[in-house]
Every structure is written in structure tokens, then in C-alpha cells.
Design a protein around this ligand. Structure first.
Ligand SMILES: Nc1ncnc2c1ncn2[C@@H]1O[C@H](COP(=O)(O)OP(=O)(O)OP(=O)(O)O)[C@@H](O)[C@H]1O
Ligand SMILES: [Mg+2]
Length: 221
């Protein structure tokens, strides 16, 4: 399957989710290609730190690909991997559209109570344009990232997201936890922090990933 983290708003957590999903899939034995389709190079930087921390054993293959050609290149590479995860930048770019055209699933993280929810109307239009040109529909999932620790505080945002017809809202919030920046700065994920593991963070994101991938496999810290 080909998964793309997308959305129009900067800093919503696309790269964090793409990196975590890649590592989560690879820990289940899948051969995964992570495509950095953002010129900022966040996923590439993460992978470079990861190479240092893990002595080169990052657990997946990384390539940087941007521009309209991305769609064709993904087509030629897809038979070589079990799954492809594409991280895109937070704008309506040629790269993001090309990635969405090439994908089976779009993963759209949304921060609660932010302008992200209200700017989704524009992204919905982009999705509709893409859907109109596809032979099979693109599955588009939204979920709350950096959600409030108290569940009740996320309710209004969750209701707003579940009302959007063009995207399927997954009610598995990934809460705002320091485990993300703490692990990311070493090129690691919350799954790889050993004794310092934040089990709540692991459980939340695992629930989300099971829903996205429709698999039911336990990932241990
Ligand atoms: N659930 C979370 N809890 C706490 N911090 C988070 C969470 N998700 C992401 N972050 C932090 O938020 C910041 C932005 O995340 P990230 O880079 O993944 O967003 P992005 O959407 O890829 O941004 P960009 O627009 O730059 O591509 C990072 O410092 C990351 O560690
Ligand atoms: Mg990013």
C-alpha cells in the first residue's frame, strides 16, 4: 500500500506521523520505503540522525523525491516494497498532489482548536479534484494530533472533523506528549525509547496505526 501524510497546514505532525508509521510497519517485518517529498527534508534529517544513533540500521529505505515526476517514480518503485510512506510539506504543492495521485491512503493529522480545522475546506477541494481523476477512490483519514490530554477538550474538534464527508475521521487522538520531540531529536520513535518509553504515547499511536493499516499486530516498546 502507498500512504501519504498530507494537509495544508504547517506543523500539524505529518513528518512525525510518517516517520512513526514507517518504523511501526518495518518493526512488523515489512520492507518499507519512506519517501521524503518535502524540500525542507525533515524525514531525511530524521533518518540521518537515526543512522548515527543506530549505526546505520535505520530499518527502512529513504529516498528524496519532489515534483511532478514523483508519481511516475512511485509507480516504478512500488513493486519493490511491501509499503511506501510519503511525507509531504504543508502546502498545496506539485509534490503533494503527485503523492496523493500515487497513493492508496492519505493520512491527514489535524491539531485541535487550531486554524487547521477551518483551513480543511480548501484541502477538501484539492481532494475532490484528485478523486475526480482517479480510477479508484483515495482513502482519506483525518485524526487529531497534539490533542489535549483531557479527552473532553478535544470533543468540539472531533465533532467538526467527523462532519466532513470527504474524509474519514479516526477517533484515535495522538495526544500532545514530550515523547515525540524527545525521541525525534535522536532519530528515534516513541517505540524505541527503552526504559524511558512513554507507554501512553505508544498505545495511542499504535491504536491509530492499526486503524489506518487494518492490521492487528502488537508492537512492543
Ligand atoms: N503528538 C505530538 N506531541 C508532541 N509533539 C508533537 C506531536 N506531533 C508532532 N510533534 C512535534 O511538533 C513539531 C512539528 O511536527 P512535524 O515536523 O511532524 O510537523 P509537520 O506537519 O511535518 O511540519 P512541516 O509543516 O514543517 O512539514 C515537531 O517538533 C514534533 O516533534
Ligand atoms: Mg514535515
Amino acid at each position: 500500500m502507498i500512504f501519504t501524510t498530507a494537509g495544508e497546514k504547517g506543523g500539524s505532525g505529518r513528518s512525525t506521523i510518517a516517520e512513526h508509521f514507517t518504523v511501526w510497519l518495518s518493526k512488523q517485518g515489512f520492507d518499507v520505503l519512506l519517501i521524503d517529498a518535502d524540500e525542507q527534508g525533515t524525514a531525511s534529517d530524521f533518518t540521518a540522525w537515526r543512522e548515527q544513533t543506530l549505526d546505520g540500521n535505520v530499518g527502512y529505505t529513504l529516498v528524496q523525491l519532489v515534483g511532478a515526476n514523483l508519481r511516475k517514480q512511485v509507480e516504478t518503485m512500488k513493486s519493490k516494497y511491501d509499503h511506501i510512506v510519503i511525507d509531504t510539506g504543508g502546502r498545496d504543492t506539485t509534490s503533494q498532489r503527485a503523492a496523493l495521485f500515487a497513493s492508496d491512503v492519505a493520512i491527514i493529522p489535524i491539531q485541535p482548536r487550531s486554524h487547521d480545522i477551518w483551513t480543511l475546506a480548501k484541502f477538501t477541494e484539492i481532494l475532490e479534484e484528485i478523486q475526480a481523476t482517479r480510477a479508484t477512490p483515495l482513502i482519506a483519514y483525518t485524526f487529531l494530533n497534539r490533542a489535549d490530554i483531557t479527552s473532553a477538550d478535544n470533543r468540539e474538534s472531533a465533532e467538526a472533523l467527523s462532519a466532513i464527508e470527504q474524509m474519514t475521521f479516526i477517533d484515535c487522538p495522538v495526544k500532545n506528549r514530550k515523547a515525540y520531540p524527545n525521541s525525534g531529536s535522536a532519530g528515534l520513535t516513541v517505540f524505541e525509547m527503552g526504559e524511558k518509553a512513554d507507554l501512553k504515547a505508544i498505545n495511542e499511536i499504535t491504536e491509530l496505526f492499526k486503524r489506518i493499516s487494518h492490521v492487528n499486530i502488537n508492537v512492543t516498546a
